[in-house]
Design a protein around this ligand. Sequence first.
Ligand code: AHM
Ligand code: MG
Length: 339
Amino acid sequence: MSTPTKPIPLSRFLIEEQHAGRINAELRLLIEVVARACKGIAHAVNKGALGGVLGDAGTGNVQGEAQKKLDVLSNEILIEANEWGGHLAGLASEEEETFVEIPHAYPRGEYLLLFDPLDGSSNIDVDISVGTIFSVLRSNLSAGEKLENKHFLQPGKQQVAAGYTVYGPSTLLVLSVGHGALVFTLDRETGSFLLTQRDLRIPADTREFAINVSNQRHWFAPMQKYVAELLQGKDGPRGKDFNMRWVASMVADVHRILSRGGIFIYPRDRKEPDKPGKLRLMYEANPMAFIVEQAGGAATDGTRRILDIVPEKLHQRVAVFLGSKNEVEIVTRYHHDAE
Ligand code: AHM
Ligand code: MG
């Protein structure tokens, strides 16, 4: 449930947040710049084959994944837009092996920006929604201190802002600066993101789940039990039928859950036992968990609150269970019981 609002532009919303003392001018600038970069990405995604941007880039990222041309382009757009404004101490991206320093020629700011420039990139070439996910932390650098990896390795509860865009039938920006989650819709005629939903609330109960069932044989016991019970529907212990959806773009699956409830799961499994899940903590799970909690939902890795996890690596992976609070609590309890 959400309160309809008169559509005010993102820039006005941010000014008002600044006047209310909830963000400072530097964070306002940062969010404006990220939103502007995302408009550039939306434009490139929209052009599709006409822009010559579909297909593989012929390169791989640090995580051994093949990069799409649009992964590379989106990463460049975000870095180029953000490196010179004086609001950042550094950046980190799914597509960059190490963090990115601000070139010496440019002023430095207080914040760190972490992002997945184009999430769901396996969907780019088939015209299904993709998006950008971002997380903002304070660098906590003291005067003259050199930026290091350790400055990025903060638990998600220290995020000062998080957001994602969906490049879908409409282009949306979902944002939280720690006072609820809001949706802005891109007006293509004026080029402005307009506030279209305030106070997003995820229903506590749901009848919808999102998981890639093709991995079922690799799941551990708590997952087998939980999903088997969902599939038994009315005839099983849950006493109600469940529906299933899987877009394979986290932005689209999470946005559906923010809009009407549900649970999104990417568990740890035996397929790649060395990896604690597929999704990345710092720029996928953390910002999504922040937004979901701001909308009254919950997010765990099966046993721990995602936002409490102290990261050890920039590209650390994590299992993800997020969405409707009561459903996340049930599956988390199954994992605790199994321990
Ligand atoms: P990406 O950041 O390389 O696009 O990978 C993350 C995506 C998520 O958007 C999505 O939830 C998941 O990978 C889908 O994985 P699978 O293809 O295993 O279903
Ligand atoms: Mg991703």
